[in-house]
Design a binder for this molecule. Structure first.
Ligand SMILES: *Cc1c(COP(=O)(O)O)cnc(C)c1O
Length: 463
């Protein structure tokens, strides 16, 4: 196999953050005290923190300078107008609403379309989006393409919606009962897998045919645009911004966690294509109730300023090549070692197929959570279960659901870790793989909250 060359950083380092290294015995103690839930660990006890790529990014000198320039006016701050201009320019939408993070956009927007008895259909809902569909009284349905469900199938655009299934589901549930169609780009829960322009176009046509609103869950819009440019016919010579404009032209609105591709530590956006739509007034009203006045949306003026700058840095082509290059480098090392992951590698992390690593552990003993715990014990690496443990229980029957995948996600923060860190990740996974046949039992939950349980649940090893 050809060795994958690491794409060098298009920046150099100006400020450093020291890391603490614990011994294996100390790590074993810490994870037990955390009730085997990695969210309960102190950040400083994690040598390499890959829990999420959300809000864990390194801001640039320009963003930090923007923090000082942030205008803290309660209403109409200059930072708000700067952000509005950036949002309109990049996405081509008429109205842009800042919110404090992605789930806030969901809380503001989803109840305007969803209520008891309604369905929301997505290529695949992210966990907070799924939760907000349920909190609005509706039910979420995923219609991702079949190839997404087999981590070994190396297909392009595995994040796509299965458009035939979408249309069947609309007709089966009744058009009047479908409140919203959501396209998650990239498809986070399927492994950061991209969605093609062709698929966005096809879904938009179905939405128009049935007069259904289409919302883009846009957390990783820039990474998605990079994949379209790299892999979809006819886009190689287009600018990333042109591609983004076309992607968003197919939706009516978007919700976005700016903690991802806007390279921030906190922030979110909501966009409405038609700036004159009555929906804008409803969004502003909900925002004032839940988030704050609509010109700051639960953020400080300095955050709005940093977001306006980060939105542009996140769509730079050099940056995106380096960024996706990190995933490709790590994936190539796993290929060499025969470690299965959602392939080809997606945008924001490497999703290890824990069901393949630990074939003896059934879904209800959480193989992916088991691998996350092993990675922490092995090398102090903190990762996240994207499998049955995260999926939780059926809201109607309370039975443990079986996820389509059992992934342990190594989410890579933006502009934070180096090639040597990536090698430590690969070496740790290789060491675990070598002793994987000794790991025959997983974990059981001893306490869980009713919704989004994986953040808080307590676990214990099954003896
Ligand atoms: C992170 C994320 C969200 C939620 O955003 P927060 O900023 O964490 O509230 C929603 N959808 C997707 C696809 C995400 O990745």
């Amino acid at each position: 196999m050809m060795e994958k060359k690491y794409v060098a950083e298009p920046f150099r380092i100006k400020a450093v953050e020291p890391l603490k290294m614990l011994t294996r015995a100390e790590r074993e103690e810490k994870i037990q005290a955390a009730k085997y839930n990695l969210f309960n660990l102190a950040g400083e006890d994690c040598y390499i923190d890959l829990l999420t790529d959300s809000g864990t990014n390194a801001m640039s000198q320009d963003q930090w300078a923007g923090i000082m320039r942030g205008d803290e006016a309660y209403a109409g701050s200059s930072s708000y107008y700067k952000l509005m201009d950036a949002g309109k320019d990049i996405f081509g939408y008429g109205f842009i609403q800042p919110v404090h993070q992605g789930r806030a956009a969901e809380k503001v927007l989803l109840p305007l379309f969803l209520s008891e008895g309604k369905f929301a259909i997505s290529n695949m809902f992210f966990d907070t989006t799924r939760a907000h569909v349920i909190l609005a009284g509706a039910r979420p349905i995923d219609c991702v393409v079949e190839e997404a469900k087999d981590p070994k199938v190396r297909a392009k655009f595995k994040g796509n919606m299965d458009v035939r299934k979408l249309e069947e589901t609309i007709n089966e549930k009744g058009i009047e009962n479908v409140g919203l169609v959501v396209m998650t780009i990239t498809n986070n829960s399927a492994g950061g897998q991209p969605v093609s322009m062709e698929n966005l176009r096809a879904v938009s046509e179905i939405c128009k045919k049935y007069d259904l609103p289409m919302c883009i869950d846009a957390a990783r819009f820039a990474e998605n645009a990079h994949f379209i440019k790299r892999d979809e016919d006819g886009y190689q010579d287009k600018e990333i911004k042109e591609i983004i404009r076309e992607m968003f032209s197919y939706g009516d609105m978007f919700t976005m966690s700016a903690k991802k591709d806007a390279i921030l530590n906190i922030g979110g956006l909501l966009g409405i294509k038609d700036g004159d739509s009555p929906l804008v007034l409803d969004v502003k009203a909900n925002c004032i109730s839940y988030e704050g006045f609509f010109t700051y949306g639960g953020l400080a003026g300095r955050d709005l300023e940093a977001m306006a700058i980060g939105l542009y840095e996140g769509i730079e082509e050099n940056y995106l090549e380096y960024r996706i290059g990190q995933m490709e480098y790590l994936a190539a090392r796993l290929d060499e070692a025969g470690i299965a992951y959602q392939s080809p590698v997606g945008g924001h992390g490497v999703f290890i197929d824990a069901a393949d690593m630990f074939p003896d552990i059934p879904y209800y003993e959480f193989p992916a959570q088991t691998l996350c715990i092993e990675l922490y014990k092995e090398a102090g690496i903190r990762t996240c279960d994207i499998g049955s443990y995260m999926l939780g229980n059926d809201p109607d029957t309370n039975e443990q659901l079986k996820a389509d995948f059992e992934f342990s996600r190594l989410a890579i923060p933006r502009r934070v870790y180096t090639q040597a860190h990536l090698d430590i990740m690969a070496d740790a996974l290789i060491a675990i793989k070598e002793r994987a046949s000794d790991v025959k039992k997983g974990y059981r939950i001893t306490w869980e909250p009713p919704i989004l349980r994986h953040f808080q649940a307590h676990l214990e090893p099954i003896e």
